[in-house]
Design a protein around this ligand. Structure first.
Ligand code: PA5
Length: 426
């Protein structure tokens, strides 16, 4: 992964080179803290050890019984779904991948009606094993399988922590079960069993994902100028401190659209604490040049834009044309056009003093994705250290989970009673 922060300097909000030089001492301290915590296998920091500790053979063995699948359905939500979705949507495979995260009944019905459940591998993923959305969706999927005459125990496996309803279910029905590694929070789990099992069923090279992540890990260093991940984490932090409270994350590759969703979760859930954080906005180049870019260039001076692209991609030529005024396009390629759009956006933002950062990988392949995923995780942890945040907790998310359960009668939760009793204005 390459990070170019040149256009993050001198804009509005203003970040100077001197300020970054000064921050570099804190980056060195953060790096020391991170490497010590990795060595001590501390909660959360353990995620950065996954390039070594994940076991691709064990994952492949566990999913081997599902090698006849024409589709894999991940039932999970948040960090238990987005990693798998990111990899599946970025990489091509003959095995289709679907994710059931939301509990929208219309969507669930449409999706289940479209699948041949006798040829679908179902991976139920929940670290806690208690999440209401995941467990409900699983019960619905299981019911659909039974109605279709499919032995659901033959087509289902679980990925879960040591305790919880899902672990009990797996034990009761003797389902294949993958362990969520201890000390790895959901949004940092893409490089573990959680993110890699579906990819393995799809035939992706999960070793290459981990090798890309290991390359990025090896680029972590005690200066933001020597580490692409810390360059991004430190720059985004410094800009947020100066008022760039929105980070518009804009990959120029359709295959990375879900990656932006994954990034949004990582950034929001990890850093949105104690009145701090930076709101991630999801955008897609070049599509959103025709919508959101207006705001980014000319709206409030409270943002930075992160532009992401692969430097190589399979290209497709634009045919020659004698249509008047279009000869400049004929003989070019869609890839050249997309790169021109990327560079035009970068120039346009810079000219309008909007801070922007360029992130590049060689290709959207397993290795490139490993670099990008690990790089963003390390950037996020670095930001959390600089801002003195508890990066690996998510009390607001847990509050919502408990409240929803409480409202449905699934547990005591005093705050839920308060919500229930609240007067409505309309
Ligand atoms: O990052 C997180 O911790 C969350 O997004 C969780 O992954 C999400 O809430 C799902 O939790 P669980 O895996 O326990 O079902």
């Amino acid at each position: 992964m390459h990070t170019d922060i040149g256009n993050a300097l001198g804009g509005d909000p203003e970040l100077t080179r001197d300020a970054l030089d000064e921050l570099d001492a804190d980056v060195a301290a953060a790096h020391e803290r991170i490497t010590d915590a990795m060595a001590d296998r501390e909660f959360g920091y353990r995620s950065l050890n996954l390039p070594e500790t994940a076991d691709p053979d064990a994952i492949r063995n566990a999913v081997a019984p599902f090698s006849d699948s024409e589709a894999v359905l991940t039932v999970g939500i948040g960090g238990s779904a987005l990693g798998a979705a990111t990899l599946s949507n970025a990489l091509e495979s003959d095995v289709d991948a679907y994710v059931l995260d939301n509990v929208d009944p219309e969507h669930t019905t449409r999706l289940l009606d479209s699948l041949d459940l006798s040829r679908t591998a179902v991976n139920v993923v929940s670290n806690s094993g208690t999440t209401a959305e995941t467990l409900s969706n699983f019960l619905v999927v299981r019911d659909a399988m039974e109605r279709a005459g499919v032995d659901w125990t033959e087509r289902t496996f679980v990925t879960t922590g040591p305790e919880g309803n899902l672990r009990s279910l797996a034990e009761k029905h003797d389902l294949p079960a993958l362990d969520v590694p201890e000390g790895v929070p959901g949004r940092f789990s893409v490089l573990s069993t959680v993110g890699l099992a579906a990819a393995a069923i799809q035939g992706h090279d999960i070793e290459a994902v981990l090798a890309g992540a290991a390359d990025e890990r090896d680029r972590l260093a005690g200066s933001l100028y020597d580490s692409p991940a810390y360059a991004y984490g430190a720059t985004t932090y410094a800009l947020a401190e100066r008022g760039a409270l929105t980070n518009a994350f804009m990959p120029y590759a359709e295959s990375l659209e879900t990656f932006a969703e994954w990034f949004a979760q990582l950034w929001a859930e990890s850093l949105g604490k104690d009145g701090q954080g930076q709101t991630p906005a999801r955008a897609l180049g070049a599509t959103d040049q025709h919508s959101q870019l207006q705001l980014y260039r000319a709206g409030p001076r409270d943002k930075l834009v992160t532009l992401v692209r692969p430097t190589e991609r399979a290209d497709r030529g634009i045919p020659e044309t004698d249509l008047e005024g279009l000869s400049y396009l004929g003989g070019q390629s869609l890839g050249t056009l997309l790169d021109a759009e990327f560079e035009a956006t970068e120039a346009s933002l810079t000219a309008a003093d909007c801070p922007n950062v360029r992130i590049e990988i060689d290709r959207v392949d397993e290795r490139g994705l490993g670099e990008l995923l690990f790089g963003m995780e390390a950037a996020c942890i670095c930001y959390g250290e600089l801002a003195d945040l508890s990066t690996f907790t998510q009390p607001a998310v847990e509050w919502g989970k408990k409240a929803a359960r409480g409202l449905l009668g699934g547990g005591e939760f005093a705050e839920a009673d308060a919500v229930r009793g609240k007067d409505r204005l309309v």
